[in-house]
Design a protein around this ligand. Structure first.
Ligand code: FAD
Ligand code: UDP
Length: 379
C-alpha cells in the first residue's frame, strides 16, 4: 500500500482515483457500510425512486477543471434546481428575486423600484461591514424579507443566534432583481444520469484501489487503525478533525440532520423537489420529493417518496453534517490547524477534516489541488 485514505466521500475518492491513476496502490477505508460519504444515494425499494440518504445533493460548479474531471465518471442530466418557501401558508419563489419581492409586498415593482425599496429597508447595515449572518441578511434584503424568509428558518437550521453565525452562510444565496429563480448561479449544473452511487463507484473502480467498508480508523481491533498506520504509510484523513486529535482542543460544533422518509399513495405530493418552511411553527426546515430530481425517469405514477428534514446540534455519536462555526469554534479550529501541521505523514481534507462548508465541487476541487500541489510529487 502506498497511501491510506480515510473516508470514501468525494474528497477521499478523488485523492484515491488520482493516486491510483498515477500507479499507486491505495486503500480506502470507511466506517460506514457503503461508499460515497454524504453524497450516497439508493433506490427506495418500494418505488425505485432514487433517494439521497443524507439529504438532497445538487451538483453545480463554475470550475472548468472540476467539470472536466467529474464528466470522466458520469454524465449529467439538465436538471436545474429551484426552491420554494412556504411562509405563513403561502408559497414564494426562492432565492429572493423580483417575484418574491412583488408577491411579498403585493406590488408590481420593476427592478429599479424594487432595488430602491430594498436599499431603504436595508440601510441599517452596510453589506461590506456586516459582521454576522443577521447583519449580512438585513443588509442584502432588508429587515421585512429577512424576518420572513431567513430569521426563523436559520434559527431552525442552526439553533444558534444569527448574530453568532458567520455572514458567509447567507452569502451563498443570490438576491436577484429579475424573475430568475434558479437556485444556483454556476455555469454547470445537473444530476448524475445514473445516480450518485454509480458515479462514486466509477471513481473507485480501479485495479489499484481497494475499498474496505465498516472499518473505523479509530478502532484498534482492526489492522488499519490510526495507532498502527500513522508514520508507516502516508494517510489522507477526511473524518472530523477534532475526533482525530481525541478532542484535545475541545469539541467543534456540528449540526446534524434527522430525516423522516415516507412513501405516499400519490404521484405528486408538492409539485416540486424542495419546499422550505420558513416559520418556527413547522418543526422541519424542508420537504424533499425525490421524483422531481429526475423527471426524465420512468417512476411509478401512483406513489412518491418524500423526506422531511429536521436539524439539531450533533452529539459525538451523531453524523456531523454542517460546521456551526461560531467565533469559539473558529478559535478551536486554529488550534487544530496547528496540530494538523505538526502531524507528519497525515494530510487533512474534505468537509469534516477541514471543518468547512464545502459543496461537492469544492471538495473535489480541493482534493485535486491537494493531489497536484502536495501528494503527486511526494508519494
Ligand atoms: P463526506 O462525504 O462527509 O465523507 C467523509 C467520509 O469519511 C464519510 O463516508 C465517513 O463515514 C468517513 N469517515 C469519517 N470518520 C471516519 C473514520 N473514523 N473511519 C473511517 N471513515 C470515516 N454539496 C453540493 O455540492 N450540493 C448539495 O446540494 C449538497 N447538499 C448537502 C446536503 C447535506 C445534508 C450535506 C450534509 C452535505 C451536502 N453537500 C452538498 C456537501 C457534500 O455532501 C460534500 O461536499 C461532500 O460529501 C464532501 O465530501 P467529503 O469527502 O469531504 O466528506
Ligand atoms: N436560508 C434561509 N431560508 C431559506 C433557505 C436558506 O434562511 O429558505 C439560509 C439558511 O441560513 C441556510 C443558508 O441560507 O443555512 C444557506 O442555504 P442553503 O439552501 O444553501 O443551505 P443548505 O442546502 O446547504 O442546507
Amino acid at each position: 500500500m502506498d497511501l491510506l485514505v480515510v473516508g470514501s466521500g468525494f474528497f477521499g475518492l478523488t485523492i484515491a482515483e488520482r493516486a491510483a491513476s498515477a500507479g499507486k496502490k491505495v486503500v480506502v477505508i470507511d466506517r460506514r457500510s457503503h461508499i460515497g460519504g454524504n453524497a450516497y444515494s439508493e433506490a427506495e425499494p418500494e418505488t425505485g425512486i432514487e433517494v439521497h440518504r443524507y439529504g438532497a445533493h445538487l451538483f453545480h460548479t463554475s470550475n472548468e477543471t472540476v467539470w472536466e474531471y467529474v464528466n470522466r465518471f458520469t454524465s449529467f442530466t439538465n436538471y436545474q434546481h429551484k426552491v420554494y418557501s412556504n411562509y405563513r401558508g403561502e408559497v414564494y419563489p426562492l432565492p429572493i428575486n423580483l417575484g418574491t419581492i412583488n408577491q411579498f409586498f403585493r406590488a408590481a415593482y420593476g427592478p429599479d423600484e424594487a432595488r430602491a425599496l430594498i436599499a431603504e429597508q436595508a440601510e441599517e447595515f452596510d453589506a461590506k461591514q456586516a459582521q454576522n449572518l443577521e447583519e449580512k441578511g438585513i443588509s442584502l434584503i432588508g429587515r421585512p424579507l429577512y424576518e420572513a424568509f431567513i430569521r426563523d428558518y436559520t434559527a431552525k437550521q442552526w439553533q444558534t443566534p444569527t448574530t453568532e453565525l458567520p455572514a458567509e452562510v447567507i452569502s451563498r444565496l443570490p438576491v436577484r432583481y429579475t424573475y430568475d429563480n434558479h437556485y444556483f448561479n454556476d455555469t454547470h449544473e445537473g444530476l448524475p444520469t445514473e445516480g450518485y452511487t454509480a458515479w462514486l463507484e466509477n471513481m473507485a473502480d480501479h485495479p489499484n484501489i481497494e475499498v474496505r467498508l465498516d472499518t473505523d480508523f479509530f478502532d484498534t481491533t482492526q489492522p488499519l487503525n490510526k495507532d498502527a498506520v500513522v508514520g508507516t504509510v502516508p494517510v489522507v484523513y477526511t473524518g472530523p478533525v477534532d475526533r482525530y486529535f481525541d478532542y484535545a482542543e475541545g469539541e467543534l460544533g456540528w449540526r446534524t440532520l434527522d430525516f423522516e422518509q415516507e412513501v405516499l399513495p400519490t404521484g405528486d405530493f408538492q409539485g416540486t423537489s424542495v419546499m422550505n418552511y420558513a416559520g418556527s411553527d413547522v418543526p422541519y426546515t424542508r420537504i424533499h420529493e425525490f421524483r422531481h430530481f429526475h423527471p426524465e425517469r420512468d417512476y411509478p405514477k401512483d406513489r412518491t417518496v418524500i423526506m422531511r428534514e429536521f436539524s439539531r446540534f450533533a452529539n459525538r455519536d451523531d453524523e456531523p453534517y454542517y460546521p456551526v462555526n461560531t467565533p469559539e469554534d473558529r478559535e478551536r479550529l486554529l488550534a487544530y490547524r496547528q496540530l494538523t501541521e505538526n502531524e507528519s505523514g497525515v494530510l487533512f481534507g474534505g468537509r469534516l477534516g477541514t471543518y468547512q462548508y464545502l459543496d461537492m465541487h469544492m471538495a473535489i476541487g480541493s482534493a485535486l489541488t491537494m493531489w497536484n500541489n502536495k501528494l503527486s510529487e511526494t508519494l
